[in-house]
Design a protein. Structure first.
Length: 346
């Protein structure tokens, strides 16, 4: 693995080699040892830096991408930011089709990273011409000299994590890892990481985290796409209303579902207990750990690694905003922690 020096040619040299940090207070009542792979330490503050750089450099090597070309992608925000960042350094134009479910913070960041952004309605079917999948495809078809990243159906999404995230975790845990718990959206992160880890030790348990309102868990269990599973939910970058081929279901042992409200509060709890300001999907994966712990699924000597995909700054208008939380009905007599923590002196 590359070593980090004091001086770098550009921000892309900082992609990968993120730290593994022990979780202490938030897991104090659970059996086992718990560690977070904190992907917010990437320069674009998410795990998507890995696939953006890997896929673009692969396209360059194959001669698919040429100077002045345009990169097009479907994104809930993080992949778009990473692609925009790589495009700036490498000199490409960047066009992004974004779900309206993405936070305003994410959309503003994409715009300010020089990307052209198309905001598409979130709660339409994947084959609806207004969906962000179809909008990205149409733009690619219409634009000469464009490359569609297509992360949901791109094997390179898996390969990027097989080549980087998996080996990093294996080395950082000195091969002691017993469980990997990660959210699944496109599925690239969990699939590539799990594939590498299971090649080292097939006994490692891989648990995917899905959202209520998503089809992924049921498809894993039945290999059937059930449209009745689909309904609107708020967590970004987790779950899907289609089956991505970038998810290798064979390397994932099981899925557990989490809901919007508990995941939001758990994201806040991570900040208040561990001092890590991480995003909504990090709250979701930590909520899954809590649920698994309540089911007594961990043993004292287990070495559990969770992947925290991105930074909390992407959700300032959502889970870290009291007004948004209140509007969703997420505050009650139990959960009013942040709203009382500011005192105004007149």
């Amino acid at each position: 693995m590359k070593q980090r020096n004091k001086v770098f040619d550009n921000v892309l040299d900082l992609v990968g080699n993120t730290p593994l940090i022990k979780l202490n207070r938030i897991t104090s009542k659970l059996k086992g040892r718990f560690y977070a792979k904190v992907e917010a330490f990437n320069p674009g503050q998410s795990s998507k830096d890995r696939i953006a750089l890997y896929i673009i450099e692969n396209a360059e090597k194959q001669g698919i991408l040429k100077p002045g070309d345009t990169i097009i992608e479907t994104t809930s925000g993080n992949t778009g930011f990473s692609l925009a960042m790589v495009s700036i350094i490498k000199g490409y134009e960047c066009i992004l089709a974004v779900s309206s479910k993405s936070s305003a913070d994410k959309i503003d960041m994409l715009k300010n990273m020089g990307a052209k952004v198309y905001v598409c309605p979130a709660h339409v079917s994947a084959d609806d011409p207004r969906s962000y999948y179809q909008v990205a495809k149409r733009l690619h078809d219409e634009m000469k000299g464009s490359v569609y990243i297509n992360q949901y159906f791109n094997q390179l999404n898996i390969d990027a994590h097989y080549e980087s995230t998996g080996p990093e975790i294996w080395e950082q845990t000195e091969g002691k890892i017993t469980h990997l718990v990660a959210c699944s959206g496109t599925g690239g992160t969990i699939s590539g990481t799990a594939k590498y880890l299971k090649e080292q030790n097939p006994d490692i348990k891989v648990i995917g985290v899905d959202a209520y309102g998503s089809v992924i868990k049921k498809y894993h269990e039945t290999r059937e796409f059930d449209e009745k599973e689909i309904y609107p939910y708020r967590i970004e970058g987790l779950g899907k209303n289609l089956i991505p081929t970038a998810t290798d279901f064979d390397v994932i042992d099981e899925f557990i579902k989490v809901n919007d409200e508990e995941s939001a509060h758990t994201a806040r709890l991570i900040a208040r207990t561990e001092g890590m300001f991480v995003g909504y999907t990090s709250g979701a994966v930590m909520q899954a750990i809590k649920q698994l712990g309540e089911e007594d699924r961990f043993k004292k000597d287990d070495y559990v690694v969770v992947i925290f995909p991105d930074h909390g700054s992407r959700y300032m208008s959502k889970v870290f905003c009291d007004k948004w939380m209140s509007n969703q009905g997420f505050f009650d007599s139990i959960h009013e922690e942040a709203s009382e923590s500011i005192q105004y002196i007149k």
